[in-house]
Design a protein around this ligand. Structure first.
Ligand SMILES: [Zn+2]
Ligand SMILES: [Zn+2]
Length: 581
């Protein structure tokens, strides 16, 4: 690692850890991540994307490339959501779709729509472009006015939405009951689960979900875990696989399409976070204890053996008397499990590489740390198809305190999903700093099968990132006056999202100078407002440009309008002086 605290080599004892305050609830359901609240800093971010965007061809060989859906070698601001204040971004390590939730409680869904996992009939909508995500409100699923989506989860071919009223909706493949509805076929539109948590004397709210390939877990407000789907490897944690001979030469397993409470050792424990691999799971309790269950090939449960585990089982490594060695955050990859302990050290078990330690022949049979990042204070982690991401405190941040660095590693990445940049290696077996995100404070991670997503706080570095798509059709001239005033030196601003130009003086109220930070035109500023606003003309919108500015939001800095190609012979001196760099 460069630019980090010197990582001690593996044979030097780790320095005595300084006590680190552990958030009371390491994984608040409204946030993707246990980012400690920083006073004056908002807990929302903008959505960044890198890696594959050609949803239908990802992971499939021999399909033609689409120039409009390239592999993005570095994180780009997703232009369609550039004006959305996102609180979470979610995807699946084994899937090619994503869900973004914003501060108003709307969900934005895009990607491959296999088995109607986006809640639209797959026969009519094989995929939804990230440039035109599907926007969904809880009210359109029958929820009472004012209900917000607060959380989501993606399985390979199914999706889960969680509302702030504790409701859970699912859509997508349901062959094994992984949507929590009577098993069979697919659920073609998001449908409310009448889960066990919603009934009887145990009645309470669901707050969080995580999805594997054929099973789903739901976490409730009081810390109970419910499971549904198939249990052939014990992934439902109910102590059995339900294996039986259905007919000659055919074995079947129990399916639980009615959510069941995961009991046993979890009884009486308050679980604060859950994560699903393809067919295994990990749960973190308030006390920092980690319980694992399900498929255990490559020792992915970190218990030192490969036998499937049918009941939640305590991982001894995180159960010691020293509280600092207990868990603070958990994540799961397809065939691996990640724990960040309370010293903020990242440890991993299972298979996560194609060669060397951590590969098929030499999986991590118990949780092990990485010498390269041992000195980093880890905040978050995520694992995609072959990728691994983590964020850590960045002491060397040029902006001073509270900087966050992003770290990535993974072998056999072919779509640039590590985001290391143009001309850089697509794979790296050892953790490296993601230089393309230098200065960008990533507060949320979502690693997909071939695509990676980041949630980043608005700041100068974020404003410098490229946008995807790079260009969109936009008028040449200010849309208010439709006049070319460049000769008189009148400055124009260009909207970050739609590239539409506005003269400073044509805005209402007029602006005296190019504003700092991101600037969105009145139309884009209002686009996803909770209350629909009819844009009837600029004069109708008093104070546009000031609205939406919140405590702690960085100063806005607009994008000066670029002259279109035909005006290239205009004198350079007449152009706007506020350059991006
Ligand atoms: Zn104008
Ligand atoms: Zn705009």
């Amino acid at each position: 690692m460069t630019d980090t605290a010197a990582a001690p080599s593996a044979d030097t004892p780790a320095p005595a850890p300084a006590p680190v305050p552990v958030p009371e609830h390491p994984h608040p359901p409204t946030l993707i991540a246990p980012v400690p609240a920083v006073p004056g800093k908002q807990q929302w971010g903008r959505v960044l994307i890198c890696g594959g965007t050609n949803w239908l061809s990802l992971g499939k060989k021999g399909l033609p490339a689409d120039p409009l859906s390239p592999d993005l070698p570095a994180p780009h601001t997703l232009r369609s959501l550039s004006n959305v204040k996102a609180t979470g971004v979610y995807t699946s390590h084994s899937g090619c779709h994503a869900i973004v939730i914003d501060v108003s409680g709307a969900a934005y869904l895009f990607g491959r729509n296999s088995s109607s996992s986006l809640g639209l009939p797959a026969s009519q909508h094989p995929s939804v472009s990230g440039q035109t995500p599907r926007r969904l409100l809880p009210t359109s699923l029958g929820a009472p006015q004012g209900t917000k989506f607060t959380h989501a989860a993606c399985g390979r071919n199914h999706s889960v939405l969680v509302g702030d009223d504790g409701s859970v909706w699912t859509a997508g493949v349901n062959a094994h009951g992984q949507c929590g509805h009577p098993a069979g076929g697919e659920v073609g539109a998001f449908k409310l689960i009448q889960g066990g948590w919603a009934r009887g004397k145990l009645r309470e709210k669901a707050v969080f979900a995580s999805a594997g390939v054929t099973f789903t877990l739901v976490l409730t407000e009081s810390g109970r875990v419910y499971a549904f789907g198939s249990g052939e490897h014990g992934q439902l944690g109910n102590g059995r696989t339900g294996e039986r001979i259905a007919q000659a030469n055919k074995t079947t397993y129990d399916i639980e399409d009615e959510p069941i409470l995961v009991k046993g050792p979890l009884d009486g424990k308050k679980v604060v976070q859950i994560a699903c691999g393809q067919q295994h799971a990990i749960a973190l309790t308030m006390d920092g204890l980690c319980y694992v269950w399900g498929f255990n090939g490559y020792c992915r449960l970190g218990l030192g053996h490969q036998k499937d585990v049918l009941t939640p089982t305590l991982v001894p490594q995180f159960a010691g008397a020293n509280e600092m060695t207990r868990g603070a955050f958990v994540a799961a990859g397809p065939t691996a499990t990640i724990v960040i302990d309370r010293q903020r050290m990242l440890l991993m078990a299972g298979k996560f590489k194609t060669s060397g330690a951590g590969s098929v022949g030499q999986p991590f049979t118990t949780f092990r740390y990485f010498a390269e990042i041992q000195g980093c204070k880890m905040l978050l982690a995520a694992a995609g198809g072959v990728t691994h991401f983590a964020t850590a405190e960045d002491d060397d941040s040029p902006t001073g305190a509270a900087g966050i660095m992003t770290i990535a590693w993974g072998q056999n990445a072919i779509n640039s999903e590590l985001g290391l940049g143009e001309g850089q290696p697509k794979s790296t077996p050892k953790p490296v700093r993601v230089e393309t995100l230098n200065g960008v404070d990533v507060i949320g991670l979502a690693a997909g099968q071939n695509t990676s997503f980041f949630l980043a706080r608005p700041n100068e570095a974020l404003a410098e990132l490229p946008r995807f798509p790079e260009a969109v059709p936009a008028p040449n001239l200010c849309v208010v006056c439709d006049e070319d005033r460049e000769a008189s030196g009148e400055e124009a601003l260009e909207c970050e999202k739609c590239d539409t130009p506005y003269h400073l003086g044509c805005l209402d109220p007029p602006l005296q100078a190019i504003p700092e930070g991101q600037w969105f035109c009145p139309k884009c500023e209002k686009e996803f407002a909770e209350v629909p606003v009819v844009v009837v003309g600029l004069a109708a919108k008093k104070g546009v440009g000031k609205e939406g500015k919140e405590e702690g939001e960085p100063k806005k800095r607009g994008r000066p309008a670029k002259r279109k190609a035909e005006d290239n012979d205009e004198p350079e001196a007449k152009k706007v002086k506020v350059a991006k760099k």
